[in-house]
Design a protein around this ligand. Structure first.
Ligand code: SF4
Length: 159
């Protein structure tokens, strides 16, 4: 498997990475489709300084989940993006009340936090791809309710 130097460090763990061609083949999707997912803000591939994209096994699973949501549940990319946008990153992280007041993510729930260009949490050098908020959205979006319940954001169903 090809080892590449990516912009984003993956702690000290060396992940298997696939080029866009290899990922397309594995997923039976075209390269433009993978780029479109990125363009819509539902996927963050690794990128080298020269702009080459690479995908991890976790990215492959994320894409398979989104394909499931598109083919079996009937969502489109905008629908998936809106679902991701519902993740309350300020609760998951969590952020202070003061930070929330000025955070564009807290004020606009139309897109996922990682698609905003200026957010306080990224100024700390934190990278979205390895952030727990982004990783949470990698579990199939139809499990969003369970995730929200898990962080106490929704009341669990009474049995
Ligand atoms: S680091 Fe990125 S993914 Fe994590 S909460 Fe901040 S904007 Fe969202």
């Amino acid at each position: 498997m090809k080892k590449v130097k990516t912009k984003q460090k993956v702690n000290t763990v060396v992940e298997k990475l696939y080029s866009i061609g290899q990922a397309s083949k594995k997923l039976k999707l075209s390269a433009p489709t993978l780029r479109m997912y990125e363009h819509h803000g539902v996927l963050i591939p690794y990128k080298t300084k020269s702009g080459r994209r690479y995908y991890s096994d976790a990215d492959i699973v994320r894409i398979q989940c989104m394909r499931h949501m598109i083919k079996e549940v009937g969502l489109n990319l905008e629908g998936i993006r809106r679902l991701f946008a519902l993740l309350p990153c300020w609760e998951i992280k969590p952020c202070s009340t003061k930070d929330r007041k000025h955070c564009p993510v807290y004020l606009d729930s139309s897109k996922p936090c990682w698609t905003f260009s200026r957010v306080a949490c990224r100024k700390d050098g934190m990278q979205c791809k390895t952030c727990e908020v982004y990783l949470m959205s990698s579990t199939c979006t139809d499990r969003l309710k369970t995730i929200l319940q898990g962080i106490g954001y929704l009341q669990a169903d009474k049995k």
